[in-house]
Design a protein around this ligand. Structure first.
Ligand SMILES: [Zn+2]
Length: 235
């Protein structure tokens, strides 16, 4: 799972009290941001084993802090506090925590058994990365459905912003398609290096930047289309 992880962020962002779309995009990949940082620092480990799954060569044999269920709960709680602090908004904190935890559940569907409950065996993973005919349409399907849901449940912040919003949508879609295409069809890494982490940071950072931009052009709720001349008093 790669771009599919951002689907829960798009859905959560349709709530009026949710954190911004960009913040939710960070939350959706927080466990991977932390993993690639820990990989760089030597606190967690992976190696490349060609053929270990049909779709990618990652042997994620050591990631107790970021991809254990306990770790996911702790990261979700930390993220919730970070989101809650600025506005003391409990709903924003809850939505943020749910988006962070969704990462572990989506990983559970696709990873080979390399996820843990508290860092040691048993190792869990349903292994959809071995079934590209299922995983690929699933990943594209959930992100496309979430994006359509987001667009249906939000609207451009002002008429002046509607063309900027349309451009931001196009940029986000192109970036999502590009990073996923490179991930699926680009050359596969044969070894882990600092570049592995930096590449991930650039990919996640670029998409997240586009999400901050899109979020700044749209408001949650109030998606009902109004006929010209229809000015509701209570909105
Ligand atoms: Zn992950």
């Amino acid at each position: 799972m790669f771009i599919g992880h951002w689907a829960p962020a798009l859905v959560a962002a349709t709530d009026r009290r949710a954190p911004s779309l960009g913040v939710l995009f960070i939350g959706a990949q927080l466990l991977d941001w932390a993993f690639f940082l820990f990989l760089l620092l030597g606190a967690e480990h992976m190696r490349m084993v060609p053929g270990i799954t049909a779709m990618n060569p990652m042997d994620l044999y050591d990631m107790p802090f970021t991809h254990s269920l306990l770790g996911a709960v702790v990261w979700s709680a930390l993220f919730a506090v970070a989101v809650w602090l600025p506005n003391v908004n409990r709903r924003a904190a809850l939505l943020g925590a749910l988006v962070v935890s969704s990462h572990w559940l989506l990983d559970l569907a696709v990873h080979r058994p390399d996820l843990t409950i508290i860092g040691g065996p048993p190792k869990l993973g349903l292994g959809l990365w071995n079934m590209p005919a299922v995983e690929m349409p699933l990943e594209i399907g959930i992100i496309a459905a979430a994006l359509l849901f987001y667009l249906a449940k939000t609207r451009a912040r002002s008429p002046a912003k509607s063309s900027r919003s349309a451009l931001a949508i196009a940029v986000l879609v192109l970036l999502l398609a590009a990073v996923q295409a490179i991930n699926w069809f680009g050359p596969q890494a044969t070894e882990v290096s600092p570049g592995t982490s930096w590449l991930a940071f650039v990919a996640y950072g670029t998409v997240t930047g586009a999400a901050f931009w899109l979020g700044s052009t749209r408001d949650a709720g109030s998606a009902t289309r109004q006929a010209p001349g229809d000015y509701p008093l209570s909105d």
